[in-house]
Design a protein around this ligand. Structure first.
Ligand SMILES: Nc1ncnc2c1ncn2[C@@H]1O[C@H](COP(=O)(O)OP(=O)(O)OP(=O)(O)O)[C@@H](O)[C@H]1O
Ligand code: SF4
Ligand SMILES: [Mg+2]
Length: 356
């Protein structure tokens, strides 16, 4: 029955009726302030009021510099951290208000794939035991059914079954990430958070794993939150991109719209500074300058004002809120209506290596 529902869901996704797609995850004004190490009244505002929603079957790419709060947000969504404020809704149900049994059910539907496949795998277990572990935890079927499920998962992720008796250190990085993916998908989750899932892999292996994730999404109707500091990777896999800057979401838009009509100065700087493999999107201008803000003592007003070439006096005292530019494009900048931010596609970046 679950499989039939999933197939039906897949067909709905393929019709491309954007408006009819169900929002499966909603994050509302979520905050996570960690206590500062030195002064008791100081807080590290790792996530400071983030709201977003993710539709069924889509990939929401979350991009931002190291330390901007991406993994903290992932942990808040998975309810692995207690939020300082805000709510997370899965299928409209507030997960922070759930009891242990309800949370256990939701956790089955929400899985995570982490960055380093080696660290994520128990070195003392065989590959079969590793993939079987979540099936054991959630009391899935008989021993024989579990074995069949593990083999099914191997076939799904392109992992030869003769590796099942091996230990993690005997596998390559790409094979280990396939094990990680097989393990995460063993319980047929609906929503998967990929937190820097390909960052530790060689570039050629990255491409294989990204293609596998895309294939699995189509096959199983998965919804992804894909987190990376690598814009090229996020651009390749995402439908919608959210740009995070030190605890805040500063711009959210469908991928193509973001590249065609960027609105936030930080997004502009980010897109301008990063080499992209797609020849349609070669850019060579701009780079981020200035100091990154301290999360212990963030600047007043707009969190980006100390690095923003367009700041005005108002930016230093008033924090902009994320507002709608159009149905699906949101930006947090006082001046987005006056600014015309363009990416320079003409530079032949790939030839000279300028802008890298
Ligand atoms: N458990 C914790 N206690 C205190 N501070 C923390 C904790 N976890 C994260 N932080 C701080 O919160 C901020 C955001 O960290 P986070 O790991 O979410 O960033 P990130 O965007 O995932 O970075 P990266 O790209 O390097 O993975 C950082 O300044 C980090 O030092
Ligand atoms: S609000 Fe002001 S400082 Fe912030 S991004 Fe916009 S122009 Fe720059
Ligand atoms: Mg992280």
């Amino acid at each position: 029955m679950a499989e039939q529902n999933r197939e039906k869901d897949n067909r709905e996704i393929e019709t491309g009726k954007e408006a009819e797609k169900e929002v499966i995850l909603e994050v509302k004004d979520v905050k996570k302030w960690f206590p500062g190490a030195v002064k008791s009244k100081e807080f590290i505002k790792a996530v400071d009021g983030v709201s977003l929603s993710i539709k069924k079957g889509e990939t929401f790419g979350l991009v931002g510099e190291s330390g901007c709060g991406k993994s903290t947000l992932a942990r808040l969504i998975l309810s692995l951290y207690k939020a300082t404020a805000g709510d997370v809704y899965f299928h409209g149900k507030p997960i922070y208000k759930m009891n242990a049994r309800q949370l256990r059910e939701v956790r089955r539907e929400m899985q995570v794939i982490f960055q380093d496949p080696y660290e994520a795998l128990d070195p003392y277990l065989t590959i079969e035991e590793i993939i079987m572990e979540p099936l054991d935890i959630h009391q899935y079927g008989t021993k024989q059914e579990k074995r069949e499920k593990v083999e099914e998962m191997c076939n799904l992720v392109g992992l030869p079954v003769n590796l099942l008796t091996r230990m993690p250190h005997q596998l390559s990085g790409g094979q280990r990430q396939r094990v990680n993916i097989a393990r995460s998908l063993a319980l047929n989750p609906e929503f998967v958070i990929c937190d820097e899932a390909v960052s530790a892999l060689d570039v050629s292996v990255q491409a294989q794993i990204l293609n596998l994730l895309r294939h699995l999404q189509k096959e199983l109707g998965l919804t992804y939150l894909f987190i990376s500091h690598n814009l090229s990777v996020v651009k390749y896999i995402s439908d919608t991109i959210g740009v995070m800057y030190f605890g805040h979401l500063v711009e959210v838009a469908p991928k193509n719209e973001l590249f065609a009509a960027v609105k936030h100065p930080y997004t502009h700087a980010l897109l301008s500074a990063v080499p992209l493999p797609d020849p349609d999107y070669q850019v060579n201008t701009g780079a981020l300058t200035g100091d990154v803000p301290s999360l212990l003592n963030p600047p007043s007003g707009c969190i980006f004002h100390e690095r923003c070439p367009y700041k005005q006096e108002r930016c230093e005292r008033e924090a902009p809120v994320l507002e709608r530019v159009s149905d699906c494009h949101q930006v947090a900048c006082h001046r987005y209506k006056e600014l015309t931010l363009k990416l320079d596609y003409s530079s032949g970046f790939g030839k000279g290596g300028e802008g890298r």
